[in-house]
Design a protein around this ligand. Structure first.
Ligand code: HEC
Length: 289
């Protein structure tokens, strides 16, 4: 049934909402079948992981780490997993990712001021950490998922190298921009701690400290998510100003991600020049191969 109608959102939604608690079995069956629909796989992985049951999350990790699976299926599994763990999935992606706009709550995840609580596993998801050590989209997806998980003895993320004098100058410039009137601090708090229902927590946000193109894209086009709408606050900035503010939020508030240089901003702007609307979490969460 799912296989035949996998691309039909309405049918998939109806099936999922009719099967509370059985998403995980359905997912295994779907993945085991011939040519499963990537959208249906992602949606079911999202619906399953949203329940934040460590055993079920582990079973998705096992499926996603199996290199006998087609790459598209593994990507879809991790994409759904990442989104589900962030509370961004309900019955249908489009719906729910844009869904909580007016500050609607999300079941299952504490998201005070936009912070995503990491899910505590009993042990290291070894298959996933192995995958994350490689390069390419699968490794990047794995790193994104790992950032949403905790387990006993998890090593702290490697700290970025100390800022060079040029980066230090950008950082200072970024701090001024961030705290300027009407800029960022009003919505995100002077310490990046977030403001309930107004601005996401930037300290520790995977959208800040992950791949550098993500905060750049958010600043240029905005982001529409569970908390509301992030305006395209960086659109009118030049490449240096934008690099400065990105460097500041990635390296301030206890964050330790690498600085951003103006050339990266220029390149990212060019790569996404066609984009006019705010990004959704789904688009920003997982890289496609
Ligand atoms: C009018 C309020 C407002 C202003 C001004 C604003 N933001 Fe935001 N920002 C938001 C909201 C709301 C979100 C969360 C959107 C969502 O729900 O996905 C957000 C999200 C973000 C994110 C993604 C983090 C995450 O976890 O979702 C980044 C990065 C960010 N803002 C940086 C900035 C910077 C830097 C500035 C200043 C140049 C700025 N914002 C100005 C409201 C604002």
């Amino acid at each position: 049934m799912l296989r035949a109608y996998g691309d039909d959102q309405v049918v998939v939604d109806a099936l999922i909402s009719g099967l509370p608690g059985q998403e995980s079995q359905l997912l295994s069956a779907l993945v085991a079948g011939p040519s499963p629909s990537a959208d249906a796989v992602a949606m079911l992985a999202g619906a399953t992981s949203k329940g934040r049951n460590p055993a079920q999350v582990q079973s998705i990790i096992t499926l996603a780490s199996n290199d006998a699976q087609p790459q598209a299926v593994r990507t879809a599994l991790m994409s759904g997993l990442a989104l589900g763990l962030q509370g961004g999935v309900g019955n249908s992606f489009g719906n729910v990712v844009a869904g909580g706009r007016a500050g609607g709550g999300i079941a299952g995840v504490t998201r005070r001021g936009g912070a995503v609580e990491r899910l505590q596993l009993g042990a290291e998801p070894a298959a996933l950490t192995r995958l994350a050590q490689g390069s390419g989209p699968a490794a990047e997806n794995a790193r994104q998922v790992l950032a949403l998980l905790d387990w006993p003895g998890k090593p702290p993320p490697p700290a970025a190298p100390p800022r060079s004098p040029a980066e230090e100058r950008l950082f200072a410039m970024g701090r001024e921009i961030y705290n300027g009137s009407g800029a960022c601090a009003g919505c995100h708090g002077p310490e990046g701690q977030g403001v309930e229902r107004v601005g996401a927590k930037l300290a520790g946000s995977p959208f800040v400290v992950g791949a550098a193109d993500v905060p750049i894209r958010i600043l240029v086009n905005g982001k529409e998510g569970a908390l509301g709408l992030m305006p395209p606050a960086g659109q009118g900035m030049n490449d240096e100003e934008l690099a400065a503010v990105a460097t500041y939020i990635r390296g301030g508030f206890g964050n330790t991600a690498a600085a951003v240089v103006p050339a990266q901003v220029k390149e990212t702007r060019a790569a996404y020049a066609h984009r006019t609307t705010p990004w959704t979490e789904k688009e920003l969460t997982v890289r496609r191969p």
